[in-house]
Structure formats: structure tokens, C-alpha cells
Design a protein around this ligand. Structure first.
Ligand code: AMP
Ligand code: GLY
Length: 425
């Protein structure tokens, strides 16, 4: 089969690495891709926001199956457009992608179907929103309804902070994503990410993971797109996984089917594991980045037939097998990230670093410049490793990091610390 992956990050590199190894793959393309993806696939300089251009390329290159990485094209309806043009595509329709595209939509769906999540209200105006905050007290969470590139959530520890967040959002601080907001109770517990493949009718568990969003060691400093992750999440015991499937994932899939907009694709549940059990923080309708990089390292089964079965409504009899090992990724970012940073700095030593046992390096913001690989974004590399334990995976990943020569980049030195502390207990 001829396959096209859409996207250009570490997530898409990990997907390309896995799909390139499938016996079903004849030719693999990625648009727009990056320097690492170019080792697995032919990169095509397409603007993926231009759906007509993507369709034209699919026809010309006789693409049999498209896999969409990021949320923006999903929420913009790229699956609807490709399918309407007769091109089979993995991912949810525009309607079903509202699970990520509108927080209010997801909260209403949870409420109507008894899916555990924090109590909330939706607001379109600042005055009633502030009255609600004052009546509830702090801590309280203020969220933009729409996609805000990870910046749309304020966990306010005082009423004043929540009121400021309301003013910021309705004042246009997040653009159109905050024309409406959700205000919800603050949940207490341990966070985990949970991934399930869905085919419109049913769902199968893929894996759990945990990520580190803060830029600095000890989970300090500003939020980022993610500085590292590991899988599985130790808190996600087999019993907890089953509860998440039964209490959150299956009811969501059933509710969307009933609403006439079946969800196909990967459902990524951000969870808070509270003393009363798992609660949904939010849904994403795509693979996580950097969680996918570590999950692909543990996936023993061929991913491609599972993605096709998701699209075709045939997941019922599917079973995905994973290695029992742990996997961990350390993100290397350009100095200054998540603030301003330089592009074009030279990265050396990648080949030597990747040779170590259990290590894979997935590229995010990189590009080829002559004979060099150069940085071309904020998050630049994912240095990943498998190990019998999170501690072993961590040790292997940092040994590989230390072989990379890139003075203009940095990473956290403590990825996986909670899991390793738990392993030592
Ligand atoms: P989100 O973008 O919805 O994943 O939110 C970003 C982060 O905000 C989450 O990973 C949580 O750490 C935190 N968060 C969001 N909603 C809540 C909540 N209701 N209670 C506590 N923390 C939350
Ligand atoms: N790692 C979080 C995300 O992909 O949104």
C-alpha cells in the first residue's frame, strides 16, 4: 500500500518509523516531514492546511491510506474532505473532532452520559463567569473552549487569578479560541494519559503514558509542549485501565455513535486519577506528542492494520500486543524554548548516539542543511530508549543524550522521576 502521513513532529517520525516497518507498506510519504522522517519516508513539501493540494497529491501518488498526525487539520475537517474524494483516512471527522476542538462540547457529552469529570459551567460573558468563580471559590480552573496550542488552561489558585484569566480570555488574549470558556472544579490526584483506538462502534486499549509539561527539572518553570514522557504510567494498573475503558472510553464511543457522528481514530484521554477513581480532564483526538514516541517503541504488533481497522470499523476482533518493557523519551530543545530561540544551529553525533542498545532518536524540529542536521524549531529531538524498567530506559536515554553534540540545545535531566521513585519503593 502507498501511505501518506501528515505532520512534521516527533510524533510523525515515530509513526513513520513504525509504519515503514509494516509488511503492508509499499511506499511511505510524509508531508511536510522533517530531516529524521526523511530517513523513513519520502517527504513532500505540501501545505497540509490546503486540503485540495493534499487530495491532488494523493491522486497523483496513488495513496491508499492517509494518517493524520496533528489536531488542527482534523478539527478543520481534513478527514471529511479526503474521504469525500475517495481517499481512505485514519482519524475522526470534523464533527467527532469536536471532542478536542470544543471543551464545552466534551463537558456536555460527559454530563449527559455520566462520564466522570470535574463539575463545570460554560460562559460567553465575563460578568456571570466571575460571579460563578466567586460563588465557587479557589482553586478553580478556567479554560478556553477552542484549540489554543496548549495555552488555553489556567489553574487558578485564587479568585483574583481566575478573574484575571477570564478577562484575558474574553479580552482576546487567546484569539477566537476563547469566544466561550469553561470554568471547572480543580481536581486533585495524579495525571496520566491514556490512548485507545476507536472504530466508531468499539475501542481497544493502546497504552498509557505520563509526560512532563514544565520546562525545568523538578517540574518547575513555564509549560511547554512536553519535555519528556514514559510508558506505561505506573499508576495505570490493569484494574485502572479497565475502569478507564468501562467508565470513560466506551461510554464516549457509544454517545458519539448515538449522536450520529461515530468516532474513528485515536482517543487520547488526559486523566486525573483521584481518590474516587479516574476522571476525564480533557480529550485529544490524535496521538500525543511525545507520548507516541515511547508507545511506538513498546508496540510489538503491526500498527498499520490496526489503523486501517479503525477506519473500516473492524477493530472488534483486534488485539494489540506490547512489549512488557518501559520506554522513556527525553526531549532536547533549543536554548530559550519555550521563549524565543535560534534556528539553524548544527547538531552532531546523532548516528553514534542512536547505536546504543534500545535507543531510537526521533526528530521534531530539524532540517537538513547540506551535510548537516540543523535545529529548525523549539522542540528538536526526542531521544528515546526502551528498558526493563523506567530507570533502565532513563539511564539509556541520557547516555545517548550525552553523545549528542549540540551546545545550543538543552534537556531536562530528571524525566521519569516519579515512576523511578515508585520503582524503588
Ligand atoms: P489541558 O490542556 O486541558 O490538558 O490542561 C492542561 C493541564 O491543566 C492539565 O494537564 C492539568 O495539569 C491541568 N488541569 C486541567 N484541568 C484541570 C482540573 N479540572 N483540575 C486540575 N488540573 C487541571
Ligand atoms: N503531550 C500532550 C499532547 O500531545 O497534547
Amino acid at each position: 500500500m502507498n501511505i501518506l502521513i501528515l505532520g512534521s513532529g516527533g510524533r510523525e517520525h515515530a509513526l513513520a518509523w513504525k509504519i515503514a516497518g509494516s509488511p503492508l507498506t509499499t511506499k511511505l510519504y510524509c508531508a511536510p516531514g522533517n530531516a529524521g522522517i526523511a530517513q523513513e519516508a519520502e517527504c513532500v513539501a505540501l501545505d497540509i492546511a490546503d486540503h485540495a493540494a493534499v487530495i491532488a497529491f494523493c491522486k497523483e501518488a496513488k495513496i491508499d491510506f492517509v494518517i493524520v498526525g496533528p489536531e488542527v487539520p482534523l478539527v478543520a475537517g481534513i478527514v471529511d474532505d479526503l474521504e469525500a474524494a475517495g481517499i481512505k483516512t485514519f482519524g475522526p471527522t470534523k464533527w467527532a473532532a469536536r471532542l478536542e476542538g470544543s471543551k464545552g462540547f466534551t463537558k456536555d457529552l460527559c454530563k449527559a452520559n455520566n462520564i466522570p469529570t470535574a463539575a463545570y459551567e460554560r460562559f460567553k460573558r465575563a460578568t456571570p463567569a466571575k460571579e460563578y468563580v466567586r460563588s465557587k471559590g479557589a482553586p478553580i480552573v478556567v479554560k478556553a473552549d477552542g484549540l489554543a496550542a496548549g495555552k488555553g488552561v489556567v489553574v487558578a489558585s485564587t479568585v483574583r487569578e481566575a478573574e484575571d484569566a477570564i478577562d484575558m480570555m474574553f479580552g482576546g488574549g487567546l484569539g477566537a479560541s476563547a469566544w466561550e470558556i469553561v470554568i471547572e472544579d480543580c481536581m486533585v490526584g495524579e495525571e496520566a494519559s491514556f490512548f485507545a483506538l476507536c472504530d466508531g462502534e468499539t475501542a481497544i486499549q493502546l497504552a498509557s503514558a505520563q509526560d512532563h509539561k514544565r520546562v525545568g527539572d523538578g517540574d518547575t518553570g513555564p509549560n511547554t509542549g512536553g519535555m519528556g514522557a514514559y510508558t506505561p504510567a505506573p499508576i495505570m494498573t490493569p484494574e485502572m485501565n479497565k475502569r478507564v475503558m468501562d467508565e470513560i472510553i466506551f461510554p464516549t464511543v457509544a454517545a458519539l455513535k448515538k449522536a450520529g457522528a461515530p468516532f474513528k481514530g485515536v482517543l487520547f484521554a488526559g486523566l486525573m486519577i483521584t481518590k474516587d477513581g479516574p476522571q476525564l480532564i480533557e480529550y485529544n483526538v490524535r496521538f500525543g506528542d511525545p507520548e507516541t514516541q515511547v508507545i511506538m517503541l513498546r508496540l510489538m504488533s503491526d500498527l498499520l492494520p490496526a489503523l486501517i481497522a479503525s477506519r473500516d470499523g473492524q477493530l472488534k476482533n483486534f488485539d494489540l500486543r506490547l512489549y512488557p518493557d518501559a520506554a522513556l523519551t527525553v526531549v532536547m530543545a533549543a536554548n530559550g524554548y519555550p521563549g524565543s530561540y535560534a534556528k539553524g544551529t548544527i547538531i552532531e553525533g546523532l548516528d553514534v548516539a542512536a547505536q546504543a542498545e534500545g535507543v531510537e532518536i526521533f526528530h521534531a524540529g530539524t532540517k537538513k542543511d547540506g551535510d548537516h542536521i540543523v535545529a529548525n524549531g523549539g522542540r528538536v529531538l526526542n531521544v528515546c530508549a526502551r528498558g526493563k524498567t523506567v530507570a533502565e530506559a532513563q539511564q539509556r536515554a541520557y547516555a545517548a543524550v550525552d553523545k549528542i553534540n549540540w551546545p545550543e540545545g538543552f534537556c531536562r535531566r530528571d524525566i521519569g522521576w516519579q515512576a523511578i521513585a515508585r520503582e524503588r519503593q
